[in-house]
Design a protein around this ligand. Structure first.
Ligand code: NDP
Ligand code: 8X3
Length: 252
């Protein structure tokens, strides 16, 4: 039987690269994000190229009712979710604590923490029923070290780290694996979102070194998702070679 993966934030970056890689390997896909046009285009592309089935669901992970409406009553054939990749997330702003916009804090908390919780809570009954499943949460190097002006973004990713540990403990007797993956700087739309459309500022983040690409991160996610049933990578930090951690990047 074909395996199934549910990917949040599949319209861009890591999520989109995961969708492509899992489809190349014959997985059926549930793809989510807010931008329905992008989801539709990806669905059309992947079904044609790889003969897999795709279910696109457009919703905002911040909205509990939308999440539950989309995920709690999936058609029966889509309920066997082998892997959930909690990837949807964002940083907004890069200001010091006293200058940062509280509205940005709220959006990051609602998306990166509450959204991940809502999606997981809606999907878990399918996994618990089968006593099988794998939840892969996308954290960040920002979860491991707090950097200047990273304040609430770092806090949301530290929460993802802690929530992953908690899920692993609570789901131990349900046969469900929990993996937290913490990437370093990767060139996606992430910085453009963080700097609210300022492409120049976003591009400057990746100048002078070779950052990770979305495909690099997807290949590591895929690796963790395809290990034997009795093997689980609990916690994994990956960076480009030029980056040591959230503080130190060698720019040549
Ligand atoms: P992108 O901006 O390229 O992609 C983010 C994805 O998240 C998009 O598909 C977006 O879809 C989705 N998303 C954001 N907000 C919501 C929402 N409210 N509801 C539903 N979907 C949402 O960034 P990345 O691929 O780089 O980021 C993916 C994850 O990886 C994030 O959690 C990020 O924090 C994390 N990360 C990124 C790193 C990097 O350097 N790039 C490093 C470490 C971690 P849409 O807008 O269509 O809703
Ligand atoms: C994204 C990487 O270093 O900008 O999580 O926080 S960083």
């Amino acid at each position: 039987m074909q395996q199934q993966v549910l990917i949040t934030g599949a319209t861009s970056g890591f999520g989109k690269a995961c969708a492509t890689l899992f489809a190349q390997n014959g997985w059926n896909l549930i793809l989510t994000g807010r931008r329905a046009d992008r989801l539709q285009a990806l669905e059309t592309e992947l079904t044609a190229a790889y003969k897999v089935s795709v279910l696109s669901l457009s919703f905002d992970v911040q909205e509990k009712d939308q999440v539950n409406k989309a995920l709690q009553n999936l058609p029966e054939r889509w309920q066997n979710i082998d892997v959930l990749i909690n990837n949807a997330g964002l940083a907004l702003g890069r200001e010091r604590f006293d200058e940062a916009d509280p509205a940005d804090w709220e959006t990051m908390i609602d998306t990166n923490i509450k959204g991940l919780l809502y999606v997981t809570r809606a999907v878990l009954p399918y996994m618990v029923q089968r006593k099988k499943g794998h939840i892969i949460n996308i954290g960040s190097v920002a979860a491991k070290d707090t950097y200047e002006s990273g304040n609430v973004y770092c806090a949301t990713k530290a929460a993802v780290d802690t929530i992953s540990k908690s899920m692993r403990i609570d789901l131990l007797n349900k046969g469900i694996k929990v993996t937290a993956i913490h990437p370093g700087a990767a060139e996606t739309e992430f910085s453009e979102v963080r700097f609210k459309g300022d492409k120049e500022k976003a591009a400057s983040v990746y100048e002078g070194y070779q950052a990770l690409g979305a495909e690099d991160v997807a290949s590591v996610i895929y690796y963790t998702a395809t290990l034997p049933g009795h093997v689980c990578i609990n916690d994994l930090v990956l960076t480009c070679t030029a980056q040591a951690n959230a503080f130190y990047t060698h720019k040549g």
